[in-house]
Design a protein around this ligand. Sequence first.
Ligand code: NAD
Ligand code: DAU
Length: 366
Amino acid sequence: MTLVDHGQTRTRPRTLLVTGGAGFIGANFVYYWCETYPGDRVVVLDALTYAGNRQTLAPLEEKANLRFVQGDICDRAVVSALLEEEAIDTVAHFAAESHVDRSILGPDAFVRTNVNGTFTLVEAFRQYWNACNQPTHFRFHHVSTDEVYGSLGADDPAFSETTPYAPNSPYSASKAGSDHLVRAYYHTYGLPTLITNCSNNYGPYHFPEKLIPLMCINILMGKPLPVYGDGQNIRDWLYVGDHCSALDAVIHRGTPGETYNIGGNNEVKNIDLVHMLCALMDELAPELPVRPSNKLITFVKDRAGHDRRYAINATKITSELGWQPAQTIESGLRHTVSWFLTNCEWWQPLLSDEYQAYYAQVYTNA
Ligand code: NAD
Ligand code: DAU
């Protein structure tokens, strides 16, 4: 069978294991993949931690060639059985503890899932790849973050694939450890691995405690908008759909053993981003308890070890794989704000007692 993908020839349908597919980026990726490659089979493995939500995938589970398995990537027996039973050829590994603030409160889960979990998964995949006689089309794609490179000064060049690792939080240190393991599996065993390091994502299905959804939801509720420190920290924002198309490009056309940085060329100071969100909410929300909503902005105690600036140099993926983001920060934010306004039934149940307890821990006395 010959399938055409982005001007390239695909030689076969794929069977993917998507870890963390009930989380923010993983779920967006599952939607993207099922719509783009309806002939492929997608198996989601997700432990459904506080950040995982099976409801997100419910519309797809009814119609796509999709199987959902609740399970832990640290559970070797579950992982190995799934690889064999489903004849997986491609792993897209999103599962992680992903929130820096939670890693400051409790780093244990980050080391367990991000380091031990990635080790369990990549080792199980190696054994299975060996048992299958090392097919060359198999891929292990490890989804990582720009945070492994540490913090930039105002005039430093953006992170490239050769920037030395300098992680500053338990989260980024655990992701750095997982990157090194995956890299080692290519160099030692020849396992066909790929690594991507991406900047801050935003878009539909973003868990409420992260900056952009938190601000949208607090504006709707008339609650303070907590900006850490002086609000001058810079992040390089990428619409999640553009991250998914970048992962597609790397899975299909990336060279095993290589790393690709992914970013949107959208460096924005936190305080400017919050003002953009306030202006969009003032324009798009029919009713708000406080208008203009920027009256709610409140500067609070800074995050411990808060990285000052992230910026991605995406020249490699752009020039070698022909990937380009489709959204600007303006179009992506407008779409995202509209999505949160029209999908209250998705995020309202997530404001649970656990969420309120977390919120109180981070923001009380902040
Ligand atoms: P998320 O926190 O929204 O989702 C993580 C998912 O992993 C959840 O569904 C959770 O249930 C699942 N999970 C957690 N521990 C697990 C375990 N032990 N076994 C199985 N499943 C488990 O995270 P996200 O924002 O979607 O990030 C996905 C990946 O992308 C992460 O690896 C993260 O490091 C990376 N990343 C995120 C961003 C971003 O801006 N959010 C940017 C770059 C890279
Ligand atoms: O850079 C990629 C990373 O982006 C990913 O690897 C992480 O998984 C993802 O969570 C994200 O990390 P950040 O720490 O950058 O995202 P967060 O949304 O938590 O915060 C974005 C910025 O906003 C950061 O500078 C901290 C600040 N912030 C955040 C919150 C939640 C605030 O000022 N106030 C807040 O209430």
